[in-house]
Ligand binder design. Sequence first.
Ligand code: ATP
Ligand code: MG
Length: 254
Amino acid sequence: MLEAVNLYRTFTSDGVDYEVLKNVNLKINQGECVAIIGKSGSGKSTLMHLLACLDTPTLGRIMFEEQDVSILSEKERNLLRNEKFGFVFQQFFLNGRETVLENVLFPLRIRGMSQYKMIRAGMDALEAVDLKAKEDKKAKDLSGGEKQRVCIARALVGIPKVIFADEPTGNLDSNTGELIEKMLFDLNREKGITLIIVTHDSDLAKKCNRIIELKDGEIIKDKIKKGKKFEEAQKVDELTKTDSGQTSETSITS
Ligand SMILES: Nc1ncnc2c1ncn2[C@@H]1O[C@H](COP(=O)(O)OP(=O)(O)OP(=O)(O)O)[C@@H](O)[C@H]1O
Ligand SMILES: [Mg+2]
């Protein structure tokens, strides 16, 4: 359902180009629970931003549900993100001055839903993260773990196809971290929401069904859980790169 094809991302800083992602090929199926691991600076967040259509690749493309997202207009891409994706990112801060419920309703506001339906969805989402009682509290007055739970409620309120989580348990104590983990895994198991988690925590990664490891912007391992063990995932058909740097769809068959 979500594919990276010959993906490159280069950042330029002080006139110098840094190839942060190099020829990443990857195919994620509906309902998978994927961990993206790798050292700091290896390109995990960059890859996640590209997969989530928050950034555009220098070369290559992202396919979502068989559609090349690079040909969508900005407005269409925003709509796609709003309807299909949920985010649990540390840098996607809550609005502290707004109430917990208002924060959760944020992604629904632009959908033109009726107030009644929206509030019901919001309260259901808050119930799922056990924060119904705090709906009226200002977001700034919550604890770190509670804020993260509000983020999860906001990520799931629109019933997305994919939830992207970047270090979802990074700043939390281990008990709260486990609670957040469980909530994310439950969403994956019970609602079939595809989960893509960037993490430094190897225990959390091992609980996923698939572990993708990045090193210096390249995928060096892609393993899928079979029973209790992880095995090398099937390689995405190699796509050839033409001399002009354009990608073509000729798959190499030997
Ligand atoms: N907007 C940007 N402009 C310039 N360089 C960037 C930008 N975003 C990321 N980079 C660079 O790309 C590299 C990879 O960054 P990225 O955030 O993807 O790493 P990461 O694997 O998520 O690391 P961490 O585990 O520390 O979060 C880093 O060297 C970073 O400096
Ligand atoms: Mg990162």
